[in-house]
Design a protein around this ligand. Sequence first.
Ligand code: FAD
Length: 498
Amino acid sequence: MSDFNNDRRKLIKNIVIAGFGIHLVGCSSKPSTTSEQTEKPQVLPTDPIPEIVDKIEAEVIENNVTYFTKLDESFEKLATYFNLHTTKSPKIIALVNNSKGVSEAIRYAKINKLPVAVKSGGHSFEQFSSNIDGLVINLSLLNTFEWKENHQLKAGPACLLKEVYEETLPKGRILPAGSCATVGLGGLVLGGGYGLFSRKYGLTCDHLISATFVDGNGEIHEVDKHHELLWALRGGGNGNFGVVTSMTFETQPIPTKFETRKFKAYKLDPIRAKQIFEQWFTLAKNLPESYFSAFVLNGNALTILVTFYEGYSPELEILEQALTPITDKQTKSTTTDIAKQLTYYYGIQNPLYFKNASAGYYNEMTDIEGCIDAVLERVVNTKGLIYQVNTLGKNINSPLFEKRSAYPHRSYEYLSELQSYWNEGQDAKRDRLLSAFEDIQQLFYDNGNHAQYRNYPSLGFPDWANSYYGENLTRLKKIKLKYDPKNTVRHDQSIPTS
Ligand SMILES: Cc1cc2nc3c(=O)[nH]c(=O)nc-3n(C[C@H](O)[C@H](O)[C@H](O)COP(=O)(O)OP(=O)(O)OC[C@H]3O[C@@H](n4cnc5c(N)ncnc54)[C@H](O)[C@@H]3O)c2cc1C
């Protein structure tokens, strides 16, 4: 049996163990779109006995796609998303086994006039990978890896970032990507993808060299370097005009050493928060390309993180000299165990109640001077609200990458994000956080900070299409018209046809 078949079998077994039992009775490949199904679905036992795994494998292989309706026991589990705050429920979930299955599901949706959403890792902030009463293509079985020549890696869109690191690091390679363990590679790449290694190597989408893509008519395309679709898929492809079923990437050598610096400050008032912010903001962008830095203000507590992997630099010395006297605690670490170090940034892996969104790209203090005092005051006085600013710049801004990709915001030095988290039943806390969140979004908008990161979407962005895609929007609209003229693949903020 090939590695691919072994991997798929392992995955199906895991689905059964995890209770994601795929029911076999009534899983026709063409379900009724009415709710007239009366047959009670058979529930699989949670013990993954070999005959059951065999049976599921046979079913999936035979049909390319298996459909689930709300009457199926496993429907709710397949419809689980990382953000518990946003709840949508499709009419049908199509669990696909390959590109042919995606093609069949799209054709089925078109016949039945159902909108199609696409789910890889399910981490969309606004749950754009689901819909209400439409069809969701669930790609979770497409999560295998295959190494090619020259350290190139072919990966399924549902591979999670921690699986990507576990696959690449033991081979001495890395695909520069984000840090959260359970984010899906599909959504991350198609919207850009940045992280600790981006300033040296570029975004994750800059490493994409070919892909298999099923368009909004159900046609399958092999996309390589000269294809206009590859340009679009590098940062402009999230659920916009079709479904990516496989991606091949260039990878990079892993560094031999990884170092960090942390600066913490507590019980900040807005004036001190601004003083530290200004120092960091002015100096962090000068750090060399192997550096990443983040300013993370969580209510009135601040952490500034600096990571690097090609040695200490004069620019870091300057930053340390500026931040040490005005922060309360400073720590350092050095390791050669890169794999272990990356796990420190994996974050929470279970679904959460949250509202996160991009809070603008900027270069200079002058870009935000009209609102930053009010923003910092609101954050410092709102316990649980997080304002995070990350460094971009250096090789993200390469003219070659700019030419080859639809990701439009390369010239910015910083990307910011708002975050808020609460638990089930904490309605008062949620309302307090969301109110401050929306106020801050408005402050930035009124100040003219309109460029936003597509992978940190918000339904609150008034001019979202220009905010995400900037001057590439017109070209993306042409691609939409060519590959999905009937707007079959869509969500609340997908590229419009006109
Ligand atoms: C906790 C957390 C941490 C994060 N950290 C980072 C980070 O460090 N760096 C960073 O850049 N981003 C980060 N993100 C944002 C992340 O990149 C996006 O949420 C990303 O879109 C998630 O991809 P997914 O496959 O998990 O999500 P999904 O919800 O499955 O998909 C997201 C979007 O992409 C579309 N899509 C997914 N797969 C396909 C496909 N195969 N074909 C066509 N369209 C598809 C969906 O329709 C949807 O619009 C983070 C998000 C979270 C929740």
